[in-house]
Ligand binder design. Sequence first.
Ligand code: ASP
Length: 422
Amino acid sequence: MYGLWKWYLNKSFILKISTGFLLGIGVGLIFGPSAGVLAPLGDIFLKLLKMAVVPLILFSIIVSINNTNPKELGRIGGKIFPYYIITTALAVFMGIGIAKLINPGSGLSLPQNSSMDVPEAPALIDVLMQIIPTNIFEALANGNILSIVFMAVIVGFAVSFMRHSHEAQTKEWGNLLLKLMEAGSEVTFRILNGILQYAPIGVLGITATTIGNQGLDTLSALAKYVFASYVGVGIQMFILFPIILLMFRVPVIKFITNTREAIVTAFVTSSSLATLPVTIKAAHKAGISERVANFTLPVGATVNMNGSAIHFGVGVVFAADIVGYELSIGAIVGIILAGTLAAIGTAGVPGAGLIGMSIVFTQAGLPIEIVALTAGVNVITDMVFTTCNVTGDIVGAAVVDQSEKKHTIHPVEELTRKVASK
Ligand code: ASP
């Protein structure tokens, strides 16, 4: 028994997770909706991952703020946020462009029965205001990720100021707090390693249930919409991201090889947040420095959604086609703006894009019943949108890390400088 466990532990994560995925497809196809009995297996996996996400975000942000000096941190933030905003806006634009070529909505009409479940569109300003928590314990308990990120940044800076205080007592407390956070981060990663051993079974459960429930009928009705979404994501993943990586001299093939576990996990979980633990590990494996990865990735998993942005672009054209609405240049600019903000406000959980899409539709004056129409195939499109979201986060981290390298003085170089200055 022990030998079997050892054998299992030594097998690569990607092999195990792919086996779970393929078995899941098989089971789903053979048993159809009754494969749903396996749903709890998948739920256990997602719950375990989510359980680790709050401590992970809290500890890794606080620790990484303290491992980076404020000047560096400002520089990293000053690079990563423009990257998020520019790539997201481009992704909305690209989604619109691809959908314009494919015309996914042609031939379809507005569903007669409009009493469908339409996600409620919260006002954009409300989404942004929610970032500041009125009660930190409530934010932690409810898993309100944006608020937790906000809080972690504040606590991280406060601890850093304490550690640099002139008062011995305050300094000592600051150092003690940081040690505690580092220990917390270590224990979270250890627990995560255990959780990931369960991943293949969880993936089997998720895939069997999804494939079993997803009748081929919905898919064929909206096939063009699904196709446009996949093409958009394909362009972003296989053309735009490699171009960005090459521009910053990051070797593309090596990058994909090192990060594939995160890419596959995003695909099967449809959740950037649930994937975050794997994303951070993959970034470390890809050689991205901890100070960049541990700060940018939790933030990225929360605010950077390139795939969701493509979703909004494709969705808007799809709806405009159905209702016969001509998109003017002005309307497109407005949609890019609303789409970018909605993507930032989209949570990294399965199906969250549907809420973002209703925000964009409301801004664009399109009927949100069409969001409900696409909800039928959202499980299939969400997989690739999430994959794109997570890949975008790691590409951002890699790019910033690469550009940070010129600011890091190699120890030998530092020594040479010291000797030369004597
Ligand atoms: N499921 C996506 C994610 O977690 C968000 C979305 O639905 O667009 O990244």
